[in-house]
Ligand binder design. Structure first.
Ligand SMILES: Nc1nc2c(ncn2[C@@H]2O[C@H](COP(=O)(O)OP(=O)(O)OP(=O)(O)O)[C@@H](O)[C@H]2O)c(=O)[nH]1
Ligand SMILES: [Mg+2]
Length: 440
């Protein structure tokens, strides 16, 4: 495939020690050669050349030119990486020289797009590149690296293989009923195979969704009557004096938010106004917000004051949160240790709460550590594949003709392959016919 040659600054546009400009395409090496006035046409791949970038014979900067020859490069094309001194001005100047020598300014993501188009990586891997660049923490970075290494393809290959097998057998049976070599798949055989397949994709989706929960964080609301230590708990979890703490009941009026990563989980925390019966208008408004936040939360931490007897307000809150995912904690354990999950927010003693959270999300934490699908697009397509297979299974159970069932099976196949960016009807036919030497 002949493409034009593209170039872009690959490093951040700030002051730094070194910057890098990437060039990719047919003429990348020739252009770099002209830049440093050296003949690079014979330069081997994986070699570095020192030179001076010149403009009309006048030196602009000393540079290092790394040569990658197609197909052994990031994009699969000829690639040159020009490293220069890191000033914003110098880097842009060199880029403009390169553009002047015949390269075109690359669009966003065009290098990775070319890598995908040239078969250097599948779609899930390409997404991994983006996810890795955007990763804000170790867990996100880890999952991005997993997908970069092709873990999604590895995960789905066996499923695709099984499905192709099922479809090919049915197709061959329909088209060539007289063909003996092909094992005849009766409906009784297709059904269990399809059901087993369904179970597998279901497990993958479940793990992927659990992993997403962990990566994106659990929306957690800290709820309790006034003065039990909710804001103290938020501050202790965040290790920061974010919310105001006083011994006056009704200190917090608004929602106070913060994100923390503990024990392998991200919590998107909201501290709320103490909930109790009150005539104070402003306080009432705060309490309304507390209750709304509670409704939306994925997890509620109900804080009780363990040093005191339970009050009517406490009872009401326990009743109110009965059907939510929740953890009830007894605070002020430094004064008196009462319940199951005892903490002292004031003294930053939160071990029992952290253990309780980890226990609650044990499966999810584990899922975040396994190779799985990595984003909503991938999960969405997997759900489509699952639905198509569910339809197929239902049709099989109702004794619908096999050639009609194939339509659902094919839909499952397409959805599955789209996850890694493979698609096309011809592909399926190729797959089927490459398996069977029918001689027709
Ligand atoms: N002894 C002890 N006191 C605590 C502990 N946690 C909080 N307190 C005290 O309890 C009082 C209330 O704490 P806050 O964190 O403001 O309580 P809150 O639940 O946010 O109160 P409102 O915002 O009014 O609803 C403060 O005087 C804290 O110092 C604890 O673990 N032990
Ligand atoms: Mg408070």
């Amino acid at each position: 495939m002949v493409t034009d040659t593209i170039a872009a600054i690959a490093t951040a546009s700030t002051m730094s020690a070194v910057s890098m400009i990437r060039i990719s395409g047919e003429d990348a090496i020739e252009i770099a050669g002209k830049l440093i006035e050296e003949d690079l046409q014979k330069a081997k791949g994986y070699t570095i050349h020192y030179g001076t970038a010149k403009e009309n014979g006048a030196p602009v900067d000393e540079v290092l030119v790394s040569v990658f020859r197609a197909p052994k490069s990031y994009t699969g094309e000829n690639v040159v990486e020009v490293s220069c001194h890191g000033g914003v001005y110098i880097t842009r100047r060199i880029l403009s020289l390169i553009l002047g020598l015949g390269a075109r300014m690359a669009r966003r993501g065009e290098f990775t797009e070319r890598a995908f188009l040239n078969g250097k990586m599948d779609l899930a891997q390409a997404e991994g590149v983006d996810d890795l660049i955007r990763a804000k923490d170790a867990v996100n970075a880890k999952s991005a690296v997993h997908s970069l290494k092709g873990s999604v393809a590895k995960l789905l290959d066996p499923l695709e293989e099984d499905l192709t097998q099922i479809i090919s057998n049915i197709e061959v049976n329909i088209d060539y009923p007289e063909y003996d070599d092909v094992h005849v798949l009766s409906e009784e055989e297709v059904l269990p195979k399809s059901e087993a397949w369904l179970e597998q994709i279901h497990a993958i989706i479940e793990t992927a969704q659990q992993a997403v929960t962990i990566r994106e964080g659990i929306d957690t609301v800290i709820l309790g009557r006034p003065n039990v230590g909710k804001s103290s708990l938020l501050n202790a979890l965040l290790e920061e004096d974010k919310a105001i703490v006083t011994d006056i009941a009704g200190t917090t009026r608004d929602l106070v938010e913060g994100t923390v990563r503990i024990g392998g989980i991200t919590l998107n925390l909201i501290d709320t106004a103490g909930v109790h019966a009150t005539q104070d208008t402003i306080e009432k408004m705060g309490i309304d917000r507390s209750l709304q936040a509670m409704e939306k939360a994925q997890l509620v931490i109900v804080v009780l004051d363990g040093s005191e007897e339970m009050t009517e307000d406490d009872q009401k809150l326990l009743k109110l949160t009965e059907n939510k995912e929740r953890i009830v904690v007894y605070n002020k354990a430094d004064q008196k240790k009462t319940g199951d999950v005892s903490i002292s927010a004031k003294n930053h003693q939160l071990d029992e709460l952290i253990a309780a959270i980890q226990q609650k999300y044990e499966k999810e934490i584990q899922a975040a550590d396994t190779d799985t699908l990595n984003n909503e697009r991938q999960i969405g397509l997997a759900l489509q594949a699952e639905q198509a297979m569910k339809d197929a299974v239902q049709s099989l159970k109702q004794g619908v003709e096999l050639d009609l069932v194939t339509i659902d099976l094919e839909n499952a196949w397409y959805a599955l392959r789209e996850i890694t960016g493979k698609s096309g009807k011809e592909d399926l036919l190729d797959e089927i016919f490459s398996r069977f030497c029918l001689g027709k």
